[in-house]
Write a protein of this length. Structure first.
Length: 318
């Protein structure tokens, strides 16, 4: 790993590599047209000497063309696991047409599906994955236990400061972007959350107050960039956030002594027409532009080291 002026901060690029879902709906026929967008992304990341973590789900892990492509570049990236419960075997009647958080499955059902994607990746690439992210951030204590059983070292399923309760999903309001050992894993499974935080550094007590403001009050909207531009939640997510917002969040994280910054997006967002956010080539170019400006700032101006999820776990364990 190359030395830099900032040897204690790390940048992770972690991508959910998954089937086409242009309107976030399950299509009748599962396709991975968005594979065509990966080479452009890989070329950009190589320009900055970044080894990304590609988290592949079952349609990718079982596709011949996808396996061929990722086999060619696997020394330039990490290949981890990603799970969509609706297309990961075993699939019971009714499961294939329903978007469901894996955290709502029974322990046994979740185990079968995580083992299935784990085994398929091992078969396709010759080694079992050690990094995992649940689809739709559907993580719970069962997931944790299963990942430890199957030999995983790092998870990146938690979206801190976000609740998915309104979609019958998990709640992560009390989590922050700082990595930590998952409590029941015996220091075996490291959680590296998606980097989400406020656009300015505020005391913890105000963070908690903001996060628990009832949405019906519309106070959060009033404080946001769309109105008073006082306080807003930002993700390191170039599809939805500007380079300015992401750079501001990076600086806040550094002020808070957070040492790792986990950039997240989906493979469908890097091919025009496969996402509601990149509907055409112009929108796709803007997304790549935001990402490159952020990388230029983080890597070249701030001197931040790039690592994969599993590489960071090894550093954290030192």
């Amino acid at each position: 790993m190359p030395g830099t002026e900032n040897g204690h901060n790390y940048l992770i690029i972690s991508i959910d590599v998954e089937e086409d879902m242009p309107n976030w709906q399950i299509e009748e026929t599962t396709t991975i047209r968005n594979l065509e967008g990966i080479p452009r992304l890989q070329e950009l990341l190589e320009k900055y000497n970044i080894r990304p973590t590609y988290l592949l789900n079952y349609p990718y892990a079982s596709d011949e063309k996808a396996v061929e492509y990722f086999t060619k570049i696997k020394d330039k990236c990490e290949i981890g696991a990603h799970l969509h419960s609706w297309n990961t075997p075993p699939i019971a009647e009714g499961e294939s047409g329903k978007i469901e958080y894996q955290s709502n499955l029974t322990y046994q059902r979740q185990y079968e599906k995580i083992k299935s994607i784990t085994d398929k990746l091992a078969e396709s690439f010759g080694e079992a994955p050690t990094a995992f992210r649940a689809g739709k951030f559907g993580f719970n204590e069962d997931t944790e236990d299963i990942l430890v059983r199957l030999g995983y070292l790092v998870d990146s399923s938690i979206s801190p400061m976000i609740s998915w309760h309104n979609q019958n999903g998990p709640c992560f309001l009390n989590y922050r972007a700082k990595p930590f050992w998952l409590k029941n894993s015996g220091n075996k499974l490291l959680e590296v959350p998606i980097t989400i935080g406020f656009n300015r550094n505020i005391p913890e007590i105000f963070e908690k107050f903001y996060l628990h403001i009832p949405r019906f009050t519309k106070i959060r909207g009033l404080l946001s960039k769309d109105y008073l531009n006082i306080l807003d939640l930002v993700w390191l997510y170039p599809t939805l956030f500007s380079e300015k917002e992401m750079i501001s969040l990076l600086e806040v994280m550094i002020e808070k002594k957070i040492e790792v910054f986990n950039v997240f997006f989906h493979s469908s967002e890097i091919k025009a027409g496969e996402s509601i956010y990149t509907r055409n080539e112009d929108e796709l170019d803007e997304c790549f532009k935001r990402l490159e400006i952020f990388l230029e700032y983080a890597i070249n101006k701030k001197g931040i080291n790039s690592v994969t999820l599993s590489e960071y776990r090894a550093i954290y364990n030192e």
